[in-house]
Design a binder for this molecule. Structure first.
Ligand code: GRG
Length: 322
């Protein structure tokens, strides 16, 4: 799906799908587990060849959603690295860096997005098309919200959570819903799938924001500090600001001067900012788990295993240290 006609575009579009640099593949993993978790198996006597063929076709269509989701994700990473002028991604050079050409990196992202659109159209389900088109709108909205904040918005937890939903949680929540819709599930189940993805995505990003300060260690300042150095204010600083309102003056001055980064870290260290962010992540992880627990009962072995794996992921997102 990502192979292009023109060699330069082909190598650019394939760049992050090569062995070793394909990332965690967190989103497709969640989506394929969700597909099995929502399986409705027909009882044995009715279970003939026709049912098997239908199940296989459904699985192929759901797998297509997982592929489309990862392509949209990688396209957004390519564009993000251009906007941030990033040199590295997934432990190697970013595409804009290795190509020495930002326009080509943007075009590679556009190419992935257009191939994702073609795949989406092939599913012939307009509701699913609407969900994923909305995701792209959300990614662009979230990115724009991040780069065009007023001082009040930068210091607002509501603004931060909205932006986090758009930039990180919308993709996984709407894709989870698409998996449920393709399975012909009820509106109630589709909402539970959406709620799982939304809360897992929010928990994931809150922990990402903690790790940006702590890195793999538990101590402050050991992370890459990339957000704060780029002037991006995340939950730990927002919580610290509630305890130390004087931190707002530092935030308003900006972080071009690295001594302001040090001052902010000092306040953060004295505050419960990291702890409160972790607690908020736990709250969302628990909401994600509650959505799985509310699914209609099903004793099928594969369904049970997949639901357990989805529950396990809610623990992993909050305990991960990288
Ligand atoms: C072209 C669709 C499109 C959008 C353009 C630039 C932009 C608008 C949106 C940026 C969205 C963005 C980069 C959000 C951050 C999402 C995020 C949490 C990325 C990191 O995901 P991981 O940790 O990465 O799953 P890996 O490398 O494992 O895939």
């Amino acid at each position: 799906m990502v192979v292009a006609e023109v060699p330069k575009l082909a190598s650019a579009a394939e760049y992050f799908f090569k062995m070793g640099v394909e990332g965690k593949r967190f989103r497709p993993t969640v989506l394929l587990l969700m597909a099995t978790a929502l399986n409705v198996r027909v009882p044995e006597p009715l279970h003939d060849g026709v049912e098997d063929a239908l199940a296989t076709e459904l699985r192929t269509r759901q797998q297509c959603i997982a592929e489309i989701t990862e392509m949209i994700h990688v396209a957004s990473l390519l564009h993000d690295d251009v906007l941030d002028d990033a040199d590295t991604r997934r432990g190697i050079g970013s595409l804009n860096f290795v190509m020495g050409n930002k326009v080509l990196a943007v075009l590679a992202g556009d190419f992935l997005l257009s191939r994702a659109c073609v795949a989406l159209a092939s599913l012939k389900n307009t509701e699913v098309v609407t969900l994923l088109a909305t995701v792209v709108e959300h990614l662009v909205t979230g990115e724009t919200m991040q780069m065009t904040t007023s001082s009040d918005q930068r210091c607002s937890m509501d603004y931060y959570m909205q932006k986090t939903y758009y930039k990180t949680a919308s993709l996984i929540s709407n894709s989870c819903k698409a998996i449920a819709l393709l399975a012909g599930q009820t509106a109630e189940v589709a909402i539970l799938a959406f709620d799982y993805g939304k809360n897992l995505g929010l928990a994931y990003q809150l922990i990402d924001d903690v790790l940006d300060f702590t890195g793999t260690s538990a101590s402050l300042g050991k992370g890459s500090l990339s957000d704060i150095r780029h002037g991006i204010i995340t939950a730990p600083i927002l919580f610290a600001m509630e305890e130390f309102p004087q931190l707002r003056t530092v935030v308003e001055q900006g972080f071009e001067d690295s001594s302001n980064v040090d001052i902010a870290l000092e306040y953060l260290g004295k505050s419960r900012g990291i702890q409160k962010t972790r607690e908020l992540a736990v709250k969302h992880a628990n909401l994600a788990a509650a959505a799985i627990d509310s699914l209609p009962e099903n004793n099928d072995e594969d369904v049970t295993k997949s639901r357990r794996a989805l529950l396990d992921l809610t623990h992993r997102v909050i305990t991960r240290n990288k």
